[in-house]
Write a protein that binds this ligand. Structure first.
Ligand SMILES: [Fe+2]
Ligand SMILES: [Fe+2]
Length: 253
């Protein structure tokens, strides 16, 4: 093979790579731009497609992300979409060691799935909504409640306001009014202590030496999470579209 051929091959390979890169155009949802403090209008998809005739906006799978099975399970979301889950796994193990009932172990395992997979702000409300059709009502309630109860101490179970919050939010931080109002409602609720238990087992300091595998909870999930036969996102539940948003977060429409 002479040098020319090699150069030509390299050029072909480069061109092929470039055309592949122009195969799709990502137009992000408004929420992502707002989170960047960007109020500009989105890029004009039509103009981009006119400049790159081969390119299309994303309507199918996102080539940048690992493919999901056709009928994704909760475990698949942990594996292919969620960020690091050591905090949730350690929290669930902590709940097991404390002898909590299985459904509360599940609540601890899932309490922050919105933080690691969807939306951070109000993550307890989002997380509760994501799992509502598939778990015991008390689990949903507790996940929602942990969002609120984490800001309020309860001496009866040794829960203090987290020191890390003083550092992260400032000593003068006070929860928003709607959080305060929810707290007043939640502390008198029959499931108050279930929500409180999540905060007790919400381990704020990660132990880098403790390694917990998701598979440790396969049976707990199997017995307490009603995995839809059609897969999360495709079961026609009121929250199916929220799971689909994690499968294809840059879907154009
Ligand atoms: Fe949380
Ligand atoms: Fe947490």
């Amino acid at each position: 093979m002479n040098d020319h051929a090699t150069l030509a091959q390299r050029a072909d390979a480069l061109e092929e790579k470039m055309s592949r890169e122009l195969d799709y155009i990502v137009i992000k949802s408004r929420l992502y731009s707002l989170a960047e403090g960007d109020l500009n209008p989105p890029p004009n998809a039509n103009a981009l497609m006119a400049a790159n005739p081969n390119a299309r906006v994303l309507m199918g799978d996102d080539p940048r992300l690992p493919p999901m099975p056709e009928k994704p399970t909760l475990m698949d979301f942990f594996k292919y979409r969620f960020g690091p889950s050591a905090h949730l796994l350690q929290s669930a193990r902590h709940a097991v060691n404390a002898g909590l009932p299985e459904k509360m172990v599940l609540a601890c395992l899932l309490h922050d799935i919105s933080t690691i997979g969807f939306i951070r702000g109000d993550h307890g409300y989002w997380g509760a909504q994501l799992v509502e059709p598939y778990v015991d009502e008390e689990v949903t309630w507790a996940i929602r409640a942990h969002q609120v109860l984490r800001f309020y101490p309860d001496e009866s179970v040794g829960y203090e306001y987290p020191k890390s919050y003083v550092k992260a939010f400032g000593a003068d931080y006070r929860p928003d009014q709607y959080v305060e109002e929810d707290y007043q409602r939640m502390r008198n609720h029959k499931w108050y202590m279930s929500g409180r238990m999540i905060t007790v087992h919400d381990i704020y300091s990660f132990d880098p030496n403790v390694h917990v595998e998701l598979e440790e909870f396969t049976d707990v999930i199997g017995r307490n999470f009603r995995q839809p036969e059609q897969g999360l996102g495709f079961d026609n539940s009121p929250v199916a579209h929220m799971w689909r948003a994690m499968i294809r977060p840059a879907k154009y429409l």
